[in-house]
Design a protein around this ligand. Structure first.
Ligand code: PLP
Length: 389
């Protein structure tokens, strides 16, 4: 059956709604805080997963005081809520240089360089508050200096010191872990990435940079308990919510998935074994997960969420607004139009981005940075400034 559990009966859900189980979120944060403490590394969580002041404050209760963001707008949004130690782990557009300089006047802002010319760009800002990280590519082939290109690494280090920039460390995101299909695979790829970034650190230290901090960040490697030898800082983000992809990779169990998209059932076709929900790409994103038998699914309905397992009826097709759930064999005859289906997302970071507010199981609405024009306004303003927002 798809009917949502009794536990959600008190919530007023009339359209696709992103639900957050605060207790599970707190447990997920707690576990990652403990892992970081046990390995003696700093936890600098990536806040792009939730993009919410309220959830950011839950992290504060666990002693987190430095965070990671992926856009200039996000840096500003969280600095507006008192976060004053932020790493912008994205090669922001040159058009936003003045904004970056302005934010760095108010808080400790970390930015990345990934070439000698990006060193020149950052140096041209003459912003003493900026902290500079060298982005290393440990095999993902997205952004960063190749971990084994010693010559270019040394050239970047030399250019940074010639231009008077203080480099605080090396930073990588090893997206390759997401191509793995097992915890063992994740641990192997994670270990390789850690060894590679340590090599880059050693090259830079030999070139004269000292006190190089090593920062790595991804949820699978850090959740699976991979090695953190030689690592000083971790930046996972997804772990706050987790999702079906993380469960498939062995990062979490189904009962750690802290979010679901509640979707009204709008049509039922027992002869086809299909149930149609208002829950399409605009509510869940198009990220899909390949199951063991090679099928691509976009979520799974868990009729008992927030209890129960993550093995419910699969969402097998998505269009913009519609989702087709294969209910055949899952008690389709009991489903009625008007029921609410709780869909566990394939990728919680993208699914949450489809919603500008979240609903907690206590019935509280949480705004994200997309509410109002805060993410998009054209001038930067800070708390205490006299300008109107
Ligand atoms: N750091 C960087 C630079 C990232 O791009 C990401 C995610 O894409 C993270 C950290 C967090 O990784 P995850 O989404 O696996 O938690």
């Amino acid at each position: 059956v798809l009917r949502s559990s009794e536990l959600l009966g008190h919530l007023d859900i009339e359209r696709p709604t992103f639900l957050v189980d605060r207790e599970r979120v707190a447990r997920n944060i707690q576990r990652m805080v403990e892992r970081a403490a046990a390995a003696d590394v700093v936890l600098r969580p990536h806040f792009k997963t939730h993009r919410s002041h309220a959830i950011g404050r839950w992290f504060r209760e666990f002693g987190i005081d430095g965070i990671t963001v992926s856009s200039v707008e996000m840096a500003r949004y969280f600095s507006d809520d008192g976060w004053d130690d932020i790493t912008l782990a994205f090669p922001f557009p040159l058009q936003q240089l003045p904004r970056v300089a302005e934010i760095s006047e108010h808080i400790r802002l970390g930015v990345m360089v990934h070439s000698t010319s990006s060193v020149d760009v950052i140096a041209s800002l003459r912003a003493p508050g900026l902290r500079v990280w060298i982005k290393i590519d440990t095999g993902y082939k997205r952004v960063g200096l190749d971990w084994d290109d010693d010559e270019t690494l040394e050239a970047v280090a030399r250019r940074a010191s010639d231009r008077g920039l203080e480099v605080v460390g090396v930073l990588t995101h090893n997206g390759l872990v997401y191509q793995e299909r097992s915890r063992e695979g994740v641990l192997r790829v994670h270990r390789e990435s850690v060894e590679r970034i340590r090599h880059a650190r050693d090259v830079l230290m030999a070139a004269g940079l000292d006190d190089i901090t090593v920062s790595i960040g991804d949820t699978p490697g850090t959740s699976a308990g991979g090695t953190l030898e030689g690592v000083n800082e971790i930046r996972p983000g997804n772990f706050v919510f987790y999702d079906l992809t993380q469960a498939a990779l062995g990062s979490c169990s189904a009962d750690e998935i802290a979010v679901a998209v509640a979707c009204p059932v709008v049509a039922v076709y027992p002869h086809r074994g299909h149930t149609v929900i208002q829950g399409g790409a605009v509510h869940l994103s198009l990220d899909a997960l390949e199951t063991g038998d090679g099928e691509r699914i976009y979520g799974r309905v868990n009729p008992e969420w927030p209890a129960g397992a993550g093995d419910g009826a699969p969402l097998i097709r998505l269009s913009q607004e519609h989702g087709i759930v294969r209910t055949g064999g899952h008690g389709a005859q009991n489903i009625e139009v008007g029921d609410i289906a709780c869909v566990l997302p394939v990728h919680a970071c993208l699914a949450s981005n489809m919603h500008d507010r979240y609903l907690t199981l206590d019935g509280e609405w949480l705004d994200t940075m997309d509410v109002g024009d805060r993410g998009h306004c054209t001038t930067l303003r800070f708390r205490g400034s006299s300008d109107e927002r």
